[in-house]
Design a protein around this ligand. Structure first.
Ligand code: S3P
Length: 439
Protein backbone atom coordinates (compact mmCIF):
# COMPACT_ATOMS: atom_id res chain seq x y z
CA UNK A 1 0.00 0.00 0.00
CA UNK A 2 1.39 3.39 -1.07
CA UNK A 3 0.04 6.63 0.40
CA UNK A 4 -0.07 9.99 -1.37
CA UNK A 5 -0.15 13.11 0.80
CA UNK A 6 -2.20 16.27 0.18
CA UNK A 7 -1.14 19.90 0.38
CA UNK A 8 -4.04 21.54 2.21
CA UNK A 9 -3.13 20.16 5.63
CA UNK A 10 -4.17 22.72 8.24
CA UNK A 11 -4.64 20.30 11.03
CA UNK A 12 -7.06 21.21 13.78
CA UNK A 13 -8.93 19.48 16.57
CA UNK A 14 -8.63 17.00 19.39
CA UNK A 15 -7.78 13.31 19.13
CA UNK A 16 -7.43 10.36 21.46
CA UNK A 17 -4.04 8.66 21.47
CA UNK A 18 -4.13 4.96 20.42
CA UNK A 19 -3.16 2.36 23.03
CA UNK A 20 0.48 1.72 23.87
CA UNK A 21 2.01 -1.10 21.82
CA UNK A 22 4.67 -2.08 24.38
CA UNK A 23 2.15 -2.18 27.22
CA UNK A 24 -0.52 -3.99 25.17
CA UNK A 25 1.93 -6.80 24.37
CA UNK A 26 3.14 -7.09 27.96
CA UNK A 27 -0.31 -7.17 29.53
CA UNK A 28 -1.37 -10.01 27.22
CA UNK A 29 1.71 -12.06 28.05
CA UNK A 30 1.59 -11.45 31.80
CA UNK A 31 -2.19 -11.80 31.88
CA UNK A 32 -2.10 -15.14 30.04
CA UNK A 33 0.69 -16.33 32.34
CA UNK A 34 -1.26 -15.39 35.51
CA UNK A 35 -4.22 -17.45 34.31
CA UNK A 36 -6.92 -15.53 36.19
CA UNK A 37 -10.02 -13.62 35.06
CA UNK A 38 -9.12 -10.19 33.76
CA UNK A 39 -10.48 -7.49 31.41
CA UNK A 40 -8.20 -5.15 29.43
CA UNK A 41 -9.38 -1.73 28.23
CA UNK A 42 -7.54 0.62 25.87
CA UNK A 43 -5.72 -2.31 24.21
CA UNK A 44 -4.02 -1.50 20.89
CA UNK A 45 -5.67 -3.57 18.18
CA UNK A 46 -2.61 -3.21 15.97
CA UNK A 47 -1.04 -6.09 14.08
CA UNK A 48 1.88 -6.43 16.53
CA UNK A 49 -0.19 -6.96 19.70
CA UNK A 50 -2.59 -9.14 17.66
CA UNK A 51 0.24 -11.43 16.52
CA UNK A 52 1.30 -11.80 20.16
CA UNK A 53 -2.32 -12.60 21.06
CA UNK A 54 -2.48 -15.25 18.31
CA UNK A 55 0.79 -16.81 19.49
CA UNK A 56 -0.49 -16.98 23.08
CA UNK A 57 -3.77 -18.48 21.88
CA UNK A 58 -1.88 -21.13 19.88
CA UNK A 59 -0.33 -22.15 23.21
CA UNK A 60 -3.81 -22.37 24.74
CA UNK A 61 -4.32 -18.94 26.35
CA UNK A 62 -7.94 -18.55 25.15
CA UNK A 63 -7.80 -14.72 24.92
CA UNK A 64 -10.87 -13.12 23.31
CA UNK A 65 -12.09 -9.66 22.31
CA UNK A 66 -15.58 -8.16 22.02
CA UNK A 67 -17.20 -5.70 19.62
CA UNK A 68 -16.14 -2.80 21.89
CA UNK A 69 -12.50 -3.89 21.52
CA UNK A 70 -12.21 -5.01 25.13
CA UNK A 71 -9.92 -7.94 25.72
CA UNK A 72 -10.90 -10.82 28.01
CA UNK A 73 -8.62 -13.29 29.73
CA UNK A 74 -10.42 -16.10 31.52
CA UNK A 75 -9.11 -18.58 34.04
CA UNK A 76 -8.41 -21.85 32.19
CA UNK A 77 -8.40 -25.27 33.74
CA UNK A 78 -5.41 -26.32 31.60
CA UNK A 79 -1.96 -24.77 31.55
CA UNK A 80 -0.15 -23.81 28.34
CA UNK A 81 0.65 -26.64 25.93
CA UNK A 82 3.36 -27.17 23.28
CA UNK A 83 2.44 -26.12 19.78
CA UNK A 84 3.30 -28.06 16.62
CA UNK A 85 2.88 -25.09 14.27
CA UNK A 86 5.39 -22.25 14.34
CA UNK A 87 4.29 -19.18 16.30
CA UNK A 88 4.28 -16.31 13.79
CA UNK A 89 5.16 -12.97 15.40
CA UNK A 90 4.82 -11.07 12.11
CA UNK A 91 6.73 -7.77 12.26
CA UNK A 92 7.03 -7.62 16.05
CA UNK A 93 10.45 -7.65 17.72
CA UNK A 94 8.82 -7.12 21.12
CA UNK A 95 6.37 -9.98 20.57
CA UNK A 96 9.12 -12.39 19.52
CA UNK A 97 11.70 -11.49 22.16
CA UNK A 98 9.19 -11.48 25.04
CA UNK A 99 7.53 -14.71 23.89
CA UNK A 100 10.96 -16.38 23.69
CA UNK A 101 11.42 -15.45 27.35
CA UNK A 102 8.01 -16.69 28.47
CA UNK A 103 8.10 -19.99 26.58
CA UNK A 104 11.70 -20.76 27.63
CA UNK A 105 10.78 -20.05 31.25
CA UNK A 106 7.72 -22.28 31.04
CA UNK A 107 9.78 -25.15 29.65
CA UNK A 108 7.65 -25.36 26.52
CA UNK A 109 8.66 -26.74 23.16
CA UNK A 110 7.91 -24.20 20.42
CA UNK A 111 9.17 -22.75 17.17
CA UNK A 112 8.97 -19.17 15.96
CA UNK A 113 8.83 -17.36 12.64
CA UNK A 114 8.05 -13.85 11.39
CA UNK A 115 7.97 -11.60 8.35
CA UNK A 116 10.99 -10.65 6.22
CA UNK A 117 11.94 -7.70 8.43
CA UNK A 118 11.73 -9.67 11.70
CA UNK A 119 13.64 -12.56 10.08
CA UNK A 120 16.57 -10.24 9.39
CA UNK A 121 16.81 -8.80 12.93
CA UNK A 122 19.40 -9.90 15.52
CA UNK A 123 18.13 -12.31 18.16
CA UNK A 124 21.42 -13.37 19.85
CA UNK A 125 20.78 -10.55 22.29
CA UNK A 126 18.04 -12.72 23.84
CA UNK A 127 19.24 -16.18 22.77
CA UNK A 128 22.59 -15.77 24.60
CA UNK A 129 21.21 -14.86 28.04
CA UNK A 130 18.38 -17.41 27.74
CA UNK A 131 20.94 -20.12 26.87
CA UNK A 132 23.04 -19.03 29.88
CA UNK A 133 19.92 -19.46 32.01
CA UNK A 134 19.66 -23.05 30.73
CA UNK A 135 17.26 -22.78 27.79
CA UNK A 136 17.88 -25.04 24.82
CA UNK A 137 17.49 -22.82 21.72
CA UNK A 138 18.31 -23.32 18.06
CA UNK A 139 18.39 -20.49 15.55
CA UNK A 140 19.56 -19.75 12.05
CA UNK A 141 22.83 -17.93 12.88
CA UNK A 142 21.16 -15.87 15.62
CA UNK A 143 18.06 -15.10 13.53
CA UNK A 144 14.65 -16.63 12.79
CA UNK A 145 13.54 -19.38 12.42
CA UNK A 146 14.13 -20.19 16.10
CA UNK A 147 13.06 -23.27 18.01
CA UNK A 148 13.22 -24.02 21.70
CA UNK A 149 13.21 -27.45 23.28
CA UNK A 150 11.68 -28.07 26.66
CA UNK A 151 14.31 -27.30 29.32
CA UNK A 152 14.66 -26.36 32.98
CA UNK A 153 16.24 -23.02 33.84
CA UNK A 154 18.69 -22.44 36.69
CA UNK A 155 17.45 -21.12 40.02
CA UNK A 156 19.33 -17.80 40.04
CA UNK A 157 20.62 -15.61 37.18
CA UNK A 158 22.45 -12.26 37.04
CA UNK A 159 22.90 -10.38 33.78
CA UNK A 160 24.40 -7.01 32.89
CA UNK A 161 22.76 -5.70 29.72
CA UNK A 162 25.46 -5.14 27.05
CA UNK A 163 23.04 -3.01 25.00
CA UNK A 164 20.30 -0.71 26.25
CA UNK A 165 17.25 -2.82 25.41
CA UNK A 166 13.90 -3.07 27.20
CA UNK A 167 13.08 -6.11 25.08
CA UNK A 168 16.12 -8.01 26.34
CA UNK A 169 15.44 -6.93 29.95
CA UNK A 170 11.79 -7.98 29.66
CA UNK A 171 12.63 -11.31 28.00
CA UNK A 172 14.89 -12.27 30.95
CA UNK A 173 12.38 -11.07 33.55
CA UNK A 174 9.56 -13.09 31.94
CA UNK A 175 11.77 -16.18 31.63
CA UNK A 176 12.70 -15.83 35.32
CA UNK A 177 9.11 -15.25 36.39
CA UNK A 178 7.84 -18.29 34.48
CA UNK A 179 10.68 -20.59 35.61
CA UNK A 180 10.79 -19.41 39.22
CA UNK A 181 14.35 -18.18 38.67
CA UNK A 182 15.58 -15.34 40.89
CA UNK A 183 16.76 -12.57 38.51
CA UNK A 184 19.17 -9.72 38.93
CA UNK A 185 19.54 -7.37 35.95
CA UNK A 186 22.10 -4.61 35.82
CA UNK A 187 20.96 -1.93 33.42
CA UNK A 188 23.68 0.68 32.65
CA UNK A 189 21.23 3.04 30.90
CA UNK A 190 17.53 3.33 31.78
CA UNK A 191 15.20 1.81 29.17
CA UNK A 192 11.40 1.70 29.24
CA UNK A 193 10.29 0.09 32.50
CA UNK A 194 6.77 -1.13 31.63
CA UNK A 195 7.54 -4.74 32.53
CA UNK A 196 8.83 -3.81 35.99
CA UNK A 197 5.83 -1.54 36.64
CA UNK A 198 3.36 -4.15 35.44
CA UNK A 199 4.93 -6.91 37.53
CA UNK A 200 4.68 -4.61 40.57
CA UNK A 201 1.07 -3.74 39.65
CA UNK A 202 0.19 -7.45 39.79
CA UNK A 203 2.01 -7.98 43.09
CA UNK A 204 5.37 -9.47 42.04
CA UNK A 205 8.40 -9.35 44.33
CA UNK A 206 10.39 -6.93 42.19
CA UNK A 207 12.45 -3.93 43.13
CA UNK A 208 14.68 -1.48 41.28
CA UNK A 209 17.52 0.50 42.85
CA UNK A 210 19.86 2.98 41.28
CA UNK A 211 23.52 2.41 42.22
CA UNK A 212 26.38 4.42 40.64
CA UNK A 213 24.07 5.49 37.81
CA UNK A 214 23.06 1.90 36.98
CA UNK A 215 19.65 0.34 37.60
CA UNK A 216 19.72 -2.91 39.55
CA UNK A 217 16.46 -4.81 39.02
CA UNK A 218 15.79 -7.77 41.30
CA UNK A 219 12.93 -10.23 40.82
CA UNK A 220 12.58 -12.86 43.54
CA UNK A 221 12.17 -16.51 42.57
CA UNK A 222 8.75 -16.87 44.14
CA UNK A 223 5.89 -14.58 43.18
CA UNK A 224 2.23 -14.63 44.05
CA UNK A 225 0.56 -12.66 41.26
CA UNK A 226 -2.97 -11.28 41.52
CA UNK A 227 -4.68 -10.30 38.29
CA UNK A 228 -6.89 -7.22 38.21
CA UNK A 229 -8.54 -5.40 35.34
CA UNK A 230 -6.09 -3.26 33.38
CA UNK A 231 -6.36 -0.06 31.33
CA UNK A 232 -3.66 0.53 28.71
CA UNK A 233 -2.59 4.18 28.41
CA UNK A 234 -1.99 5.83 25.01
CA UNK A 235 1.27 5.37 23.12
CA UNK A 236 3.55 8.42 23.26
CA UNK A 237 5.46 6.99 20.27
CA UNK A 238 2.26 7.26 18.19
CA UNK A 239 1.35 10.64 19.72
CA UNK A 240 4.78 11.90 18.57
CA UNK A 241 3.66 11.88 14.91
CA UNK A 242 0.63 14.04 15.73
CA UNK A 243 2.67 16.32 18.00
CA UNK A 244 5.20 17.02 15.26
CA UNK A 245 2.37 17.46 12.73
CA UNK A 246 0.83 20.13 14.99
CA UNK A 247 4.20 21.82 15.51
CA UNK A 248 5.21 22.12 11.85
CA UNK A 249 1.80 22.68 10.19
CA UNK A 250 -0.39 25.74 10.41
CA UNK A 251 -2.22 24.45 13.44
CA UNK A 252 -3.32 27.10 15.93
CA UNK A 253 -3.77 24.62 18.77
CA UNK A 254 -4.22 20.91 19.08
CA UNK A 255 -5.08 18.47 21.86
CA UNK A 256 -4.09 14.81 22.23
CA UNK A 257 -5.75 13.04 25.14
CA UNK A 258 -4.66 9.97 27.12
CA UNK A 259 -0.93 9.99 26.31
CA UNK A 260 1.31 7.74 28.42
CA UNK A 261 3.98 9.90 30.08
CA UNK A 262 6.12 7.26 31.78
CA UNK A 263 9.45 9.09 32.37
CA UNK A 264 11.32 6.30 30.53
CA UNK A 265 9.37 7.32 27.38
CA UNK A 266 9.02 11.13 27.60
CA UNK A 267 12.43 12.02 26.11
CA UNK A 268 10.58 13.00 22.94
CA UNK A 269 8.73 15.75 24.82
CA UNK A 270 11.98 16.97 26.40
CA UNK A 271 13.76 16.94 23.03
CA UNK A 272 10.95 18.84 21.28
CA UNK A 273 10.63 21.32 24.16
CA UNK A 274 14.39 21.93 23.95
CA UNK A 275 13.81 22.68 20.25
CA UNK A 276 11.30 25.33 21.31
CA UNK A 277 8.05 23.36 21.07
CA UNK A 278 5.06 24.72 22.95
CA UNK A 279 3.63 21.58 24.59
CA UNK A 280 1.44 21.84 27.67
CA UNK A 281 0.99 18.73 29.82
CA UNK A 282 -2.29 18.75 31.72
CA UNK A 283 -4.62 16.49 33.64
CA UNK A 284 -1.84 14.17 34.86
CA UNK A 285 -3.08 10.90 36.35
CA UNK A 286 -2.07 7.28 36.94
CA UNK A 287 -3.75 4.43 35.02
CA UNK A 288 -2.87 0.84 36.06
CA UNK A 289 0.51 1.96 37.41
CA UNK A 290 1.44 4.08 34.37
CA UNK A 291 1.36 7.91 34.34
CA UNK A 292 -0.67 9.56 31.58
CA UNK A 293 -1.89 13.04 30.64
CA UNK A 294 -3.48 15.19 27.95
CA UNK A 295 -1.21 17.32 25.76
CA UNK A 296 -1.92 20.70 24.17
CA UNK A 297 0.37 21.58 21.30
CA UNK A 298 0.74 24.93 19.60
CA UNK A 299 2.55 25.68 16.34
CA UNK A 300 6.07 26.64 17.40
CA UNK A 301 9.29 28.01 15.99
CA UNK A 302 11.74 25.15 16.30
CA UNK A 303 15.53 25.33 16.52
CA UNK A 304 18.22 22.67 16.06
CA UNK A 305 19.60 20.77 19.07
CA UNK A 306 22.09 18.01 19.93
CA UNK A 307 20.83 14.62 21.07
CA UNK A 308 23.19 11.92 22.36
CA UNK A 309 23.99 9.76 25.39
CA UNK A 310 21.46 8.53 27.92
CA UNK A 311 18.39 10.14 26.27
CA UNK A 312 18.81 7.95 23.16
CA UNK A 313 17.19 4.70 24.47
CA UNK A 314 14.31 6.85 25.77
CA UNK A 315 13.64 8.32 22.29
CA UNK A 316 14.75 5.32 20.24
CA UNK A 317 11.39 4.93 18.44
CA UNK A 318 10.87 8.68 18.00
CA UNK A 319 14.17 9.57 16.33
CA UNK A 320 12.70 9.35 12.78
CA UNK A 321 9.90 11.82 13.59
CA UNK A 322 12.25 14.04 15.66
CA UNK A 323 14.43 14.10 12.52
CA UNK A 324 11.44 15.43 10.55
CA UNK A 325 10.90 18.14 13.20
CA UNK A 326 14.65 18.92 12.89
CA UNK A 327 14.34 19.27 9.10
CA UNK A 328 11.87 22.14 9.68
CA UNK A 329 13.76 23.73 12.58
CA UNK A 330 16.16 26.62 12.33
CA UNK A 331 19.78 25.44 12.27
CA UNK A 332 21.55 22.16 12.76
CA UNK A 333 20.39 19.12 14.75
CA UNK A 334 22.97 16.45 15.55
CA UNK A 335 21.93 12.95 16.71
CA UNK A 336 24.69 10.54 17.89
CA UNK A 337 24.93 7.27 19.91
CA UNK A 338 21.95 5.90 17.98
CA UNK A 339 23.49 2.92 16.14
CA UNK A 340 20.65 0.71 17.47
CA UNK A 341 18.44 2.40 14.86
CA UNK A 342 20.16 0.24 12.26
CA UNK A 343 18.57 -2.89 13.84
CA UNK A 344 14.94 -1.79 13.99
CA UNK A 345 12.15 -2.75 11.55
CA UNK A 346 14.48 -1.21 8.92
CA UNK A 347 17.87 0.46 9.08
CA UNK A 348 16.22 3.69 10.18
CA UNK A 349 19.32 5.89 9.81
CA UNK A 350 19.64 4.80 6.18
CA UNK A 351 15.89 5.12 5.52
CA UNK A 352 15.69 8.66 6.98
CA UNK A 353 18.77 9.72 5.02
CA UNK A 354 17.37 8.34 1.76
CA UNK A 355 14.04 10.12 2.29
CA UNK A 356 15.86 13.37 3.08
CA UNK A 357 17.89 13.04 -0.12
CA UNK A 358 14.66 12.65 -2.14
CA UNK A 359 13.21 15.76 -0.47
CA UNK A 360 16.43 17.79 -0.85
CA UNK A 361 16.96 18.10 2.93
CA UNK A 362 20.67 18.63 3.65
CA UNK A 363 22.13 16.15 6.08
CA UNK A 364 25.25 14.15 6.91
CA UNK A 365 25.30 10.48 7.91
CA UNK A 366 27.33 8.89 10.69
CA UNK A 367 27.55 5.24 11.63
CA UNK A 368 25.70 6.09 14.88
CA UNK A 369 23.57 9.04 13.84
CA UNK A 370 22.81 11.90 11.52
CA UNK A 371 23.19 15.68 11.39
CA UNK A 372 20.39 17.64 9.77
CA UNK A 373 20.48 21.19 8.38
CA UNK A 374 16.98 22.43 9.08
CA UNK A 375 14.98 25.34 7.66
CA UNK A 376 11.42 26.29 8.70
CA UNK A 377 10.19 26.96 5.15
CA UNK A 378 7.88 24.92 3.00
CA UNK A 379 9.82 22.44 0.84
CA UNK A 380 9.50 23.10 -2.87
CA UNK A 381 9.33 19.60 -4.30
CA UNK A 382 8.71 18.19 -7.77
CA UNK A 383 5.42 16.45 -8.55
CA UNK A 384 5.23 12.85 -7.36
CA UNK A 385 8.39 12.47 -5.35
CA UNK A 386 8.39 8.93 -4.11
CA UNK A 387 9.90 7.92 -0.76
CA UNK A 388 10.66 4.33 0.21
CA UNK A 389 9.58 3.40 3.75
CA UNK A 390 11.30 -0.01 3.62
CA UNK A 391 8.08 -1.46 5.05
CA UNK A 392 8.85 0.33 8.34
CA UNK A 393 5.79 1.85 10.05
CA UNK A 394 7.71 4.64 11.77
CA UNK A 395 9.56 5.66 8.59
CA UNK A 396 6.29 5.67 6.62
CA UNK A 397 4.45 7.80 9.20
CA UNK A 398 7.40 10.20 9.59
CA UNK A 399 7.53 11.03 5.87
CA UNK A 400 3.75 11.34 5.67
CA UNK A 401 4.00 14.03 8.36
CA UNK A 402 6.85 15.67 6.38
CA UNK A 403 4.35 15.85 3.49
CA UNK A 404 2.52 18.59 5.45
CA UNK A 405 5.42 20.92 4.60
CA UNK A 406 5.79 19.96 0.94
CA UNK A 407 4.59 22.17 -1.90
CA UNK A 408 3.26 19.18 -3.90
CA UNK A 409 1.84 15.80 -2.82
CA UNK A 410 4.50 13.16 -2.19
CA UNK A 411 4.14 9.38 -2.37
CA UNK A 412 5.29 7.24 0.55
CA UNK A 413 5.75 3.63 -0.51
CA UNK A 414 4.99 0.32 1.25
CA UNK A 415 2.96 1.74 4.13
CA UNK A 416 1.02 -1.41 5.12
CA UNK A 417 3.00 -1.84 8.34
CA UNK A 418 1.51 1.36 9.74
CA UNK A 419 -1.21 -1.05 10.91
CA UNK A 420 1.31 -2.77 13.22
CA UNK A 421 1.36 0.18 15.64
CA UNK A 422 -1.20 2.83 14.58
CA UNK A 423 -4.17 1.09 12.94
CA UNK A 424 -6.32 4.25 12.66
CA UNK A 425 -3.51 6.58 11.47
CA UNK A 426 -5.10 7.36 8.08
CA UNK A 427 -8.60 7.96 9.52
CA UNK A 428 -7.26 9.99 12.44
CA UNK A 429 -5.26 12.30 10.14
CA UNK A 430 -8.28 12.68 7.88
CA UNK A 431 -10.44 13.66 10.90
CA UNK A 432 -8.08 16.54 11.69
CA UNK A 433 -7.84 17.79 8.11
CA UNK A 434 -4.93 15.90 6.51
CA UNK A 435 -6.16 13.61 3.76
CA UNK A 436 -4.11 10.73 2.39
CA UNK A 437 -4.91 8.77 -0.74
CA UNK A 438 -4.32 4.99 -0.77
CA UNK A 439 -3.00 3.22 -3.88
C1 S3P B 1 10.31 -1.97 22.95
C2 S3P B 1 11.62 -1.63 23.17
C3 S3P B 1 12.46 -0.95 22.17
C4 S3P B 1 11.60 -0.29 21.10
C5 S3P B 1 10.52 -1.19 20.59
C6 S3P B 1 9.60 -1.60 21.72
C7 S3P B 1 9.59 -2.74 23.99
O1 S3P B 1 13.28 -1.91 21.55
O2 S3P B 1 12.43 0.13 20.03
O3 S3P B 1 9.76 -0.55 19.60
O4 S3P B 1 8.37 -2.86 23.91
O5 S3P B 1 10.28 -3.23 24.91
P1 S3P B 1 14.69 -2.36 22.20
O6 S3P B 1 14.40 -2.92 23.51
O7 S3P B 1 15.22 -3.40 21.27
O8 S3P B 1 15.53 -1.14 22.22
Amino acid sequence: MNLTTSTDGHILGKVQCPGDKSISQRVLILGAFMNQDMVIDGFLHGEDPLSTMNALNQLGAGISTDADDRVYLCKRNKSFHNCKNALNLGNSGTGLRLMLGLTSGMGLKASFCGDESLSSRPMERVINPLAEMGASIRSSKGKLPISIASSKLKSQYTYELPIASAQVKSCILLAGLAAGTGIEIIEPIQTRDHTERMLKNFGANIETNSIDGKNIIKLKSSNNLNAKNYTVVGDISSAAFIIVAALISDSSGFEITNVGINPSRTGVLQALQKMGANIEIKNQRIESGEPCADLIIKKSKLRGIELSGTIIPNIIDEIPIISIAAAFADGETVIRDAKELRFKESDRLMAVSEGFTSLGIKHENFEDGISIQGAPNQLLVDQSISIESYGDHRIAMSFIIAGLKCSKPIIVRDCKNIFTSFPNFIELLSSIGYKLERQ
